[in-house]
Ligand binder design. Structure first.
Ligand code: KIV
Length: 271
């Protein structure tokens, strides 16, 4: 369905250009070369090696136990399956407590994991780390809204930014990340109206997960949308396997639905 005619490697600037011309950016997680190949072939623009691998691959109850070495290993596997997609790899919990440690670990994900960009969670608190990583020539993706690495502080996986004071902080955080040099930002589990406001507030792409259809792009955990995490699928995800018949068809259906702004629909969205 969505197989790309060009295999040219996408860059952070290509994603920014997609936002500028109003083309929705498609993203899914992958943790190995076989899935990465299917995603790449279906035209997924950004493949994320998320620390969600701690939950969906390792069977742990949160992302907190995941290590830099594990992220680098899975990132290396995923890189072997990609030709076109931008490879973004998560800096896991406690791998960026100081800017110097952030740079060191971002370097490991680039050199050993072949990442094109690293992602880290937080706003104001991580700005110095973002600046230092960017100064080394490493593109950075922020992550705002629900921060899974802070689940014990937040007290559960809850929708964020529901009141105006919280919403304003998240919008301000997105602007600060852009000013610090971030190339993109993932926004997780916020009301759709806030996803739209954040996307309008910055020039870098805002990739939503449970943040409404008006974000510049969408990301899902691939195991959720393929119904591998049976019975555990979050409200904001959708079972694309239902009518697909194959993993490749399900991924293509997701790419088409995001590009045509048919996903996420109202039932996948928070108010
Ligand atoms: O770890 C992950 O898979 C993520 C996505 C939920 C965006 O960060």
């Amino acid at each position: 369905m969505s197989q790309q005619s060009s295999n040219k490697q996408l860059s952070n600037n290509d994603l920014i250009a997609m936002k500028t011309r109003g083309e929705k950016i498609t993203s899914l997680t992958a943790y190995d070369a076989s899935f990465a190949h299917i995603l790449d072939n279906a035209g997924v623009d950004m493949v994320l090696v998320g620390d969600s691998l701690g939950m969906v691959v390792q069977g742990q109850s949160s992302t907190i136990p995941v290590t830099v070495e594990e992220m680098a290993y899975h990132s290396k596997l995923v890189s072997r399956g990609l030709k076109r997609a931008l490879l973004v790899t998560d800096l896991p919990f406690m791998s960026y407590p100081t800017p110097n440690e952030a740079v060191k670990n971002a370097g490991i994900l680039m050199q050993q994991g072949y990442a094109h960009m690293v992602k880290l969670e937080g706003g104001q608190k991580v700005l110095d780390s973002v600046k230092l990583i960017v100064e080394q020539g490493i593109p950075v993706c922020g992550h705002l809204g629900l921060l899974p690495q802070s689940v014990n502080q937040i007290g559960g996986y809850r929708v964020q930014g529901k009141d105006e004071a919280q919403a304003k902080i998240i919008i301000e955080d997105a602007k600060c990340l852009e000013q610090a040099g971030a190339s993109a930002v993932v926004v997780e589990c916020v009301p759709a109206s806030l996803g739209k406001r954040i996307s309008e507030a910055v020039n870098i792409p805002v990739i939503g997960i449970g943040a409404g259809v008006d974000c510049d792009g969408q990301v899902l955990v691939c195991y959720d949308m393929l119904d591998i995490t049976a019975g555990m699928r979050p409200k904001f995800s959708k079972n694309f396997m239902l009518e697909a018949g194959s993993v490749a068809n399900a991924v293509s259906a997701y790419v088409d639905a995001v590009k045509k702004q048919q996903f996420p629909a109202a039932e996948h969205t928070f108010k």
